[in-house]
Design a protein around this ligand. Structure first.
Ligand SMILES: CC(C)(COP(=O)(O)OP(=O)(O)OC[C@H]1O[C@@H](n2cnc3c(N)ncnc32)[C@H](O)[C@@H]1OP(=O)(O)O)[C@@H](O)C(=O)NCCC(=O)NCCS
Length: 157
């Protein structure tokens, strides 16, 4: 586990796109392209969070916050730093942000064979809500998952 004080959680600036692409290529056999990421940086409702150690991006999370729903689009941790709690830390921060933005239902999809990701999402309270057969280009199924939160009390007048 990396000490918390060594990590900075912040929105990823577009200037760090080269680091985003590097992590993406290291983590996925069918990585998003530069254009895919550029489109996300353009979207007003995209929330793009990163964990930095010094100025090195270690983990990244791309999402949409469209209250009452939030969508987790992509999550990745540098391979040399996996298994140290970074993804959990990043997602817990994302969930806090969702709550503050009045998001009450978070959704995602993950490959049915991605055991680390599925375990992580389950441990955070996501439950399986569906399956898209042969969804990915390599023929694997996608598991659809949802985490529903209780709406907070109404704001006082
Ligand atoms: C999935 C991924 C984001 C997890 O990141 P991570 O920083 O290594 O995860 P953490 O260390 O925070 O672990 C959190 C939980 O994930 C699960 N997990 C992580 N690595 C695991 C592994 N190798 N095997 C099984 N479960 C694992 C566990 O439930 C773990 O909780 P625990 O440590 O209490 O058992 C990372 O493996 C990754 O980037 N993979 C490649 C990209 C990818 O698949 N992204 C998800 C797309 S849906």
């Amino acid at each position: 586990m990396l000490p918390k004080r060594d990590l900075e959680l912040t929105r990823i600036p577009i200037d760090d796109l080269d680091q985003v692409l590097e992590i993406e290529r290291l983590c996925f056999s069918q990585p998003w392209t530069l254009d895919n990421f550029l489109a996300e940086f353009e979207r007003p409702y995209a929330v793009i969070l990163g964990l930095y150690q010094d100025r090195r991006l270690t983990a990244q999370c791309f999402s949409w916050l469209l209250p009452p729903e939030g969508y987790l689009l992509s999550l990745a941790v540098r391979p040399d730093l996996q298994g140290r709690g970074l993804a959990r830390r990043l997602l817990e921060s994302w969930l806090t942000l969702c709550r503050r933005a009045d998001v009450v239902s978070m959704r995602l999809e993950a490959s049915a064979v991605n055991v680390p990701a599925l375990r992580l999402y389950r441990s955070l309270g996501f439950r399986r809500t569906g399956l898209r057969r042969r969804y990915y280009a390599d023929g694997t199924d996608a598991v659809l998952m949802t985490l529903d939160l209780e709406p907070g009390p109404p704001a006082r007048p």
